[in-house]
Design a protein around this ligand. Structure first.
Ligand SMILES: *Cc1c(COP(=O)(O)O)cnc(C)c1O
Length: 460
């Protein structure tokens, strides 16, 4: 019988070998999986075995069984949704997070991971040019970051109207008006649904999907004076990559009282490079910001970041106080006061590692590199007969359409069957499109060249 220590040694060896094998081929293998979930169910399924199995055998079985069903999301030629690979330092840190298994809710109990996350938060606020006193919570993603920020918003705007939502709930509360751009990400609606705020009021957008300030002003006029108000803006439209005109939109909202939240799941990172400053002009004037670390920053899933200017509003909305927890009495407070969960992994540690490995210049180069490659793909696509680039390529997203929807769909299907590159099909501005999202730190010029060639073959 092996000791507990031996079992860890052995299983980590197996996991590391299999992970090396995967990462060693992820950039050269065809991107799509070769097996469906239906086909793979029997591989992992059947009745639960009665007896135990050694840990290293279990992990080997898991890795071998999974391989045909793994999408090469870490490939430099994967451009689907807004997904990408993971930075080596972030991956290493993520493994340590699992090995340490620190439940990072209470500062007193897990000082190391609390301190790591606090350091990562300081770096993030600095890089993104956001107020250094803002509260920062490491959530599972931008959906929950939107939720966390909007929970603080809900408490604050209702509080300003004399209603204590923490004490009295929503029943009988004044209606909270929520205005969003027509092309906001659907997860904003989901966050509002979780918060009991119902469906938001959509505001017209321009041809790139940016909220129109005149339409916002008109929508604001329709909200009764003194009503609790939340306006959600967007940094990075999933189709065009476009940014709302923050300075003008926020100034318009500031003529009355209201909370401005920015969903910047992948696009808030445009605040890091000075070269992109025009895209995010005025964004610091908002009240809260949601972003992902697992998109642009390339840490492993799942990691988002909720940032709220008014730290007290964040703690009031999300914090938990129970007799058996040891509350942090410093001004910073406990990590659990800035996220929806109590128990969670130290998911901010990979963020720290990513930023530590890149440095300021490396982070800027990462963000600029994604946009540069998106422009290169757009340039390549424009040279393909019948292809049109529909959006102004200002960031990492490119929308390509062919002569008609049927042909766009056929080209998409042939591209995916070819396997060299992955781009998602979608619909935008009433047309079927091939949507390219350059979200992988490792995508290089050769990946771009091969992907454009694959698109050209699919269109031929
Ligand atoms: C991806 C995305 C979200 C949701 O983020 P998750 O990390 O998937 O929860 C929200 N908004 C925008 C603009 C996105 O691109």
């Amino acid at each position: 019988m092996s000791t507990r220590e031996d079992e860890y040694q052995e299983v980590l060896g197996v996991a590391a070998d299999r992970a090396r094998a995967w990462l060693g081929t992820v950039g050269s293998r065809p991107v799509p999986p070769t097996a469906t979930a239906e086909e793979l169910r029997p591989v992992f399924g059947g009745p639960l075995p009665d007896g135990p199995t050694p840990a290293s055998d279990v992990v080997a079985e898991l890795a071998d069984g999974a391989e045909p069903g793994l999408m090469a999301i870490g490939s430099g030629r994967f451009f689907g949704w807004v997904m990408g690979g993971t930075l080596p330092a972030a991956l290493g840190a993520d493994w340590l997070v699992s090995a340490w298994d620190q439940n990072t809710g209470i500062r007193f109990a897990t000082p190391a991971t609390a301190a790591i996350e606090e350091a990562a938060a300081v770096w993030l606020l600095d890089l993104l040019g956001l107020p250094s006193t803002a509260g920062v919570g490491f959530t599972t993603g931008a959906t929950t970051a939107n939720f966390s920020c909007l929970a603080a918003a809900r408490s604050a705007v209702l509080g300003a109207a004399g209603w204590d939502v923490t004490q009295d709930g929503l029943t009988g509360a004044p209606r909270v008006h929520v205005l969003v751009g027509e092309e906001r990400h659907e997860t904003v609606d989901l966050a509002l649904r979780y918060l009991g705020l119902g469906a938001p009021t959509p505001v017209a957008v321009d041809e790139e999907g940016r909220i129109r300030v005149d339409a916002l002003a008109a929508a604001l006029d329709a909200v009764p004076a003194g009503s609790p108000l939340i306006v959600v803006l967007q940094a990075g439209n999933v189709h065009s990559g476009a940014f709302d005109p923050f300075a003008e939109a926020i100034e318009t909202v500031r003529r009355r009282s209201g909370w401005v939240h920015v969903d910047g799941a992948f696009g808030l990172w445009a605040a890091a490079p000075a070269s992109m400053a025009p895209l995010v002009r005025g964004v610091t004037g908002a009240d809260s910001w949601a972003t992902d670390a697992h998109k642009t920053l390339s840490v492993p899933y799942d990691c988002g970041v909720a940032i709220v200017q008014d730290r007290a509003a964040m703690r009031g909305a999300l914090g938990l106080h129970a007799s058996y927890l040891v509350d942090d009495t410093t001004e910073l407070g406990d990590p659990q006061e800035r996220v929806p969960e109590l128990s969670r992994r130290a998911r901010g540690a990979p963020v720290w590692a990513a930023l530590r490995s890149l440095g300021r210049l490396g982070t800027v180069e990462l963000v600029e590199g994604l946009a540069r490659r998106a422009r290169a793909i757009a340039d390549g696509a424009r040279g393909i007969p019948g292809a049109t680039v529909l959006n102004d390529v200002v960031f990492s997203q490119v929308c390509i359409a062919f002569e008609d929807d049927e042909r766009t769909r056929a080209v998409t299907a042939r591209l995916l069957a070819d396997g060299t590159a992955w781009m998602s099909g979608s619909r935008w501005r009433g047309r079927d499109v091939i949507r390219v999202s350059v979200s992988n730190w490792s995508t290089d010029d050769e990946d771009v060249r091969r992907s454009v060639e694959a698109l050209r073959r699919a269109a031929a």
